[in-house]
Design a protein. Structure first.
Length: 254
């Protein structure tokens, strides 16, 4: 199915039969990207009396419990509730629309004085072409498929300059997606300056905005303009495993 939409005084088309899933499927065990010392994802077969929730083991149905840490295991989307004390601030209560015009850009972290690898505002400004889009996907280079299973804990991965997320907030980008475990430094003494700048926690808070981390954008997906479908689970918590799906936008000339 092909849809037509309007953006920046032009008409664009997206083909819903050509989805580009940039989430990382969660598997049991260690074959997932993990950060912040989260325990591995666990799938546990439910057993009660004579019942066993495994067809392979002779049961009538498969029936499992899943244990995971949204912020630490695989692709996840978070809201500003990640940083505030109010348990009523949940992703499910704030994210009410799920389709957004988005731009995909590729950036390379640069080494700074302390040895950290940083995505800078200057590098973003050199690459971004559609700053009025509502969402932005950042793919970092190098972009090997080891991102699908990388164990980030204790490695001080690349992160974003706080000025970059402040720039996104000032330009109205509401949904930020990236293939790193966090927009902030792994250990920063609780500063979380890039998170805070994006959500404007000093006020007025951008309550409807989200950050999605640990995506994976394959190399065959070119930089450019897309329609994003941001799918989450209906959990009343600050973050959820998520499934961002892109649809390439092409200009339509009637």
């Amino acid at each position: 199915m092909i849809i037509t939409l309007h953006f920046n005084a032009k008409q664009w088309q997206a083909d819903f039969s050509q989805p580009l899933d940039i989430s990382i499927p969660l598997k049991e065990g260690d074959l997932n990207p993990t950060c912040y010392y989260a325990e591995p994802v666990k799938f546990e077969t439910i057993e009660m009396g004579n019942f066993i929730g495994s067809v392979e083991r002779g049961g009538s149905v498969n029936y499992q419990k899943v244990s995971l840490t949204p912020h630490g295991n695989g692709t996840h989307t978070e809201c500003y509730g990640h940083l505030v004390a109010d348990p009523k601030v949940t992703l499910n209560s704030l994210l009410k629309t799920f389709h957004f015009i988005t731009e995909v850009i590729s950036l390379r972290p640069m080494s700074v004085g302390n040895g950290d690898m940083l995505i800078t505002l200057e590098s973003l400004k050199q690459q971004i072409k559609h700053p009025t889009a509502k969402a932005l996907v950042i793919r970092t280079h190098p972009n090997d498929d080891q991102k699908k299973t990388r164990q980030y804990s204790g490695t001080n991965p690349p992160y974003l300059e706080a000025a970059l997320t402040q720039y996104l907030a000032e330009n109205g980008i509401e949904h930020l997606l990236l293939d790193l475990p966090s927009v902030d430094r792994e250990v920063d003494g609780g500063a979380l300056s890039a998170h805070k700048a994006f959500w404007k926690l000093e006020g007025p808070v951008r309550k409807h905005c989200t950050i999605t981390e640990l995506t994976y954008v394959p190399e065959h997906v070119p930089d450019g303009l897309y329609l994003l479908n941001l799918q989450i689970t209906s959990l009343e918590i600050d973050a959820s495993p998520s499934k961002p799906v892109l649809y390439k936008l092409t200009e339509f000339l009637p």
